[in-house]
Structures are given as structure tokens and as C-alpha cells.
Write a new protein. Structure first.
Length: 306
């Protein structure tokens, strides 16, 4: 490597050749940890939530509480909490992810640092599955319980409200990730008092900004963003391309950081939860929660670039 290269120049070369955060510079340097993680309020209470969290789909679906995968997930959570992040999102649909999160939070003695979000995903008794989620997370209270993909939402919502009144869950919400369900999501947001909406939003899947994100903002509903790296192999394709020259204007040194700042650029968005079981990726993602904030002009610029 030419010693005269700056870190930003080196990372752009890495991106150009398809390497993801493969740099001799530490990921902690890239994340600029001297700056605090930005936070945004949960509208229903004003509680401040860090803007970058961690999704557990696939990455935390591990059966053995030993080995490299286990240690990697432990390090993911260490990096998240060390950067002042807190949101860890899971679901009974994600295999062993809830059990992995619960065991690691106990191992790391980090329950108080975590904002645990999970889901109810069943056509049977919601209370049975939710109790199992509490048991797997090794806690007596879940921070956010969401109805996964609207499955049996009419039947489950009264149970979630009852548990919230009892203090067993702090917030309630709904989730989805496909545009075909947006009409039903909109109708629920208009009719039901909710604390959270989890929805997909990215540079190549931005339909949610037409109605759902403005409606959530109008209704005082916090928004978690899933699939921030888009669909159809978008991120894999971008990693083979150089970063835009203007990326450094927004303190971005990788494509994942650009895509995460894209999601965060919408004022309705509270937190983005990219999924990973890779500590290096977690560190890179966390950098998107610092530095210059993106805005509508950033969104247009990135769309034009793609």
C-alpha cells in the first residue's frame, strides 16, 4: 500500500475492488468513536433511542454457545453497546436468535444496556409465544413487542396492550417488509394507537416514504427500518464500485454507511437495524450514526448515483 494514501482513499480503493471494511486501519478509527451516537426520540414517550441498532436475522441463528459464530455475536453486541447503541431486534421466526441474544446479554451482563425488540409471530395464543420470548431473552420485560408481518394482528393487539398495562412490555408495534402490505399497514396506523412501526426502506425500496413514513410522523409513531441495504443484491453490487466522490462530505467511508445514512435521512425514521453477526460489519454500520447527517438532497443525490 502506498503510505501516502489517506484512510478515506484507501477505503475507496477497497470498495472499488469489492472488499468490505478490509482495511489495515482499525474499524474503530473508521467509526470516529470520539463523536457520540446520535439519538432520536420515541414520540409516545420522548425516550431517546440511538439511531443504529442490530438485527439478528440469520446472523444470530446459531445453536452452539461456543465456537467462532458465538464469539462473533458476542463481539457484535460489545461493539454495539460500546458505541452507545442499544436496539437489538429479533423474532421467533429467526430460529435460535432470541435464545442467542438472551444468553449473550446474560454472559455480558448487558441487559440494562439493551433495548430488546422482538415479535409475536403465531396464529395461536400470543401470550404463550410472548412468554417464551421473555424466557429465551432471560428477562421479565421486553422493551418492544411487535406483531410480525401483521399476522393475526386483530387477535394479538389486545393481548399486547394488556401486557403493556401490566409492565411486561414497554412499547407495542407492527412490522412488515413488502409493498403489497402497505395498504393494510396504513389502515392500521390510521385506526390504532401504536408506539412503533417497523418497515423496509432503502435507496431501491423507497415506496414507504410516499405515505407510511409521513403518516407515522403525523401519528407520533416511532419507526424502525429493516432491509436498509435493499434487495436483489444491491449492496453486493455496490461493493464492486467506487464510492461517490461526495461520500466524504457526509463522513461516509463505505457503501453500508451511505445506505444507512440514506434511511436515516428521513425525519420520520427513529432507528435503523441492519442485521449482522459480523463484528467488523457492526463497527462499520455504527459509523453511520455519527458525523454529518443526511437530508432530502442526499437521498436524491444517492438515487441519481444508482
Amino acid at each position: 500500500m502506498n503510505a501516502s494514501l489517506t484512510r478515506a482513499e484507501f477505503l475507496r480503493l477497497c470498495a472499488a475492488f469489492g472488499f468490505y471494511a478490509m482495511s489495515p486501519f482499525s474499524a474503530a478509527q473508521s467509526a470516529n468513536t470520539s463523536q457520540p451516537m446520535r439519538r432520536r426520540p420515541i414520540p409516545s414517550t420522548g425516550e431517546q433511542l440511538p439511531v443504529i441498532g442490530c438485527g439478528t436475522y440469520r446472523g444470530f441463528d446459531i445453536r452452539s454457545q461456543s465456537g467462532q459464530d458465538w464469539e462473533d455475536c458476542a463481539q457484535v453486541l460489545r461493539e454495539l453497546f460500546a458505541a452507545d447503541g442499544s436496539v437489538v431486534d429479533s423474532s421467533p421466526m429467526y430460529g435460535e436468535a432470541e435464545a442467542t441474544v438472551g444468553a449473550l446479554l446474560e454472559k455480558l451482563d448487558a441487559r440494562n444496556q439493551a433495548f430488546i425488540a422482538t415479535k409475536v409471530w403465531t396464529r395461536d395464543d400470543a401470550a404463550i409465544q410472548m412468554q417464551r420470548s421473555l424466557d429465551l431473552h432471560r428477562t421479565d420485560r421486553i422493551d418492544l413487542m411487535q406483531i410480525h408481518n401483521l399476522v393475526e394482528w386483530r387477535a394479538h393487539l389486545p393481548t399486547l396492550r394488556q401486557w403493556k398495562e401490566e409492565g411486561r412490555i414497554r412499547y407495542i408495534g407492527i412490522t412488515h417488509y413488502t409493498a403489497s402490505a402497505y395498504g393494510e399497514v396504513e389502515a392500521i396506523l390510521e385506526a390504532e394507537p401504536l408506539d412503533f412501526l417497523q418497515i423496509n426502506y432503502s435507496v431501491d425500496e423507497h415506496t414507504a416514504e410516499q405515505r407510511l413514513l409521513p403518516l407515522a410522523e403525523e401519528r407520533g409513531v416511532a419507526v424502525l427500518i429493516n432491509r436498509p441495504f435493499g434487495g436483489g443484491g444491491l449492496l453486493r453490487r455496490l461493493l464492486r464500485e467506487p464510492l461517490p466522490e461526495w461520500a466524504s462530505d457526509y463522513d461516509c467511508q463505505s457503501w453500508p454507511q451511505l445506505l444507512l445514512k440514506y434511511a436515516l435521512s428521513h425525519p420520520a425514521v427513529t432507528c435503523v437495524i441492519p442485521g449482522t453477526g459480523n463484528p467488523r460489519h457492526m463497527l462499520d454500520n455504527l459509523a453511520a450514526g455519527r458525523g454529518r447527517e443526511a437530508d432530502a438532497a442526499f437521498r436524491e443525490r444517492l438515487r441519481e448515483r444508482l
